[in-house]
Design a binder for this molecule. Structure first.
Ligand code: ADP
Length: 180
């Protein structure tokens, strides 16, 4: 008998909303290198997840990344009280500090999906990493993020990527980039 080959495309979508309420397997946190929480989406995720998330982050720092998580890397933890099962923490490049290489931003999305695949998360929500305090233009983040997830291999490791955008403007920028 011939081998049966089933090709399932990864679905990539954008929604306007709050990432902390997403019921997907994993949500991605735009963390800082210290992994100790912060403002923006990081603060919202820690507030909604509760202290268990910070405890896990401390443990990751102590055991795997004593010097902090480098830009472009990603690491998964549990999700505390969130509806998701995992939080994947990634550190975006900071435009204001001169971190302006798109490859570093693309690496955040690719390494987060690699972490998702490693833990078995098949649906992943992303915020607009680096488009807040870290100062990257939303349209650039949208273009780089979408190219990175569409180019991710193995493409059958994750079924759904959902960009969850916190403003109408960012939502529009992602919607435009998705159609390009
Ligand atoms: P960074 O430091 O990587 O720029 P920020 O948290 O400052 O991270 O911003 C990243 C993006 O996350 C911004 O576009 C911000 O509007 C957005 N954001 C903030 N809170 C939430 C939330 N609860 N859900 C989804 N996105 C959020």
């Amino acid at each position: 008998m011939d081998n049966l080959v089933i090709v399932v495309d990864m679905r990539v979508e954008a929604v306007r909303g709050d990432i902390t309420t997403q019921r997907l397997d994993a949500i991605v946190n735009a963390a800082n290198s210290g992994l100790m929480g912060g403002g923006g989406v990081d603060g919202a995720i820690h507030a909604a997840a509760g202290p268990a998330l910070l405890a896990e982050c401390r443990e990751v720092r102590r055991t795997a990344y004593p010097g902090g998580l480098p830009v472009g890397y990603a690491v998964a933890t549990g999700a505390g009280n969130l509806p998701a099962r995992w939080v994947i923490h990634t550190v975006g490049p900071n435009w204001h500090r001169g971190e302006r290489d798109e490859a570093d931003l693309a690496a955040c999305f690719a390494s987060s999906l690699a972490e998702a695949a490693r833990v078995g998360a098949r649906s992943v929500a992303f915020p607009a990493v680096s488009a807040g305090v870290y100062g990257w233009a939303g349209a650039t983040v949208a273009r780089v993020a979408i190219a990175a997830v569409r180019g991710f291999e193995p493409s059958d490791a994750v079924d759904l990527v959902r960009f969850v955008l916190f403003s109408d403007r960012l939502y529009d920028e992602f919607a435009v980039a998705l159609r390009a």
